[in-house]
Design a protein around this ligand. Structure first.
Ligand code: AMP
Length: 115
């Protein structure tokens, strides 16, 4: 078994996080190093998928649920409901946690700013 990722530890409440949404399949919490005025991570509770490509292949419905969760969070906490959704995929693209997740960014986003 691989070492649990930081996201699994948050799901298991082994480390704290500011949780903004949770249901049976998804958890969302604020990013510890925000790259925008609103920066929330939307994370499937299953650790089965390393990245969004595996997730899209394995459970496209769960990916769609994450997009809906992102929209709900942006409507509640963001900038008029508009948001940017980023999936870093692979180390060279900046992925550091290999448990699929979406960055939801909103508020004063410059044209070039990506998480
Ligand atoms: P990525 O680089 O796309 O894999 O995204 C991983 C994200 O997880 C980064 O933006 C980190 O700032 C964030 N992160 C890492 N540890 C924590 C934590 N304990 N609580 C909240 N966010 C975290």
């Amino acid at each position: 078994m691989a070492e649990p990722t930081v996201f699994e530890k948050i799901i298991a409440r082994e480390i704290p996080a500011e949780i903004v949404l949770e249901n049976d399949r998804i958890i969302a919490f604020t990013d510890i190093h925000p790259q925008a005025p609103m920066h929330v991570l939307v994370v499937p509770k299953t650790a089965r998928y390393r990245d969004v490509v595996e997730l899209a292949q394995g459970d496209p419905e769960l990916l769609a649920e994450m997009v809906q969760a992102a929209r709900a969070i942006a409507r509640e906490r963001g900038d008029g409901g508009d948001f940017r959704l980023v999936f870093n995929t692979g180390e060279l693209a900046g992925q550091t946690v290999f448990h699929a997740h979406a960055h939801v960014l909103a508020g004063s986003l410059g044209e070039g700013s990506l998480a």
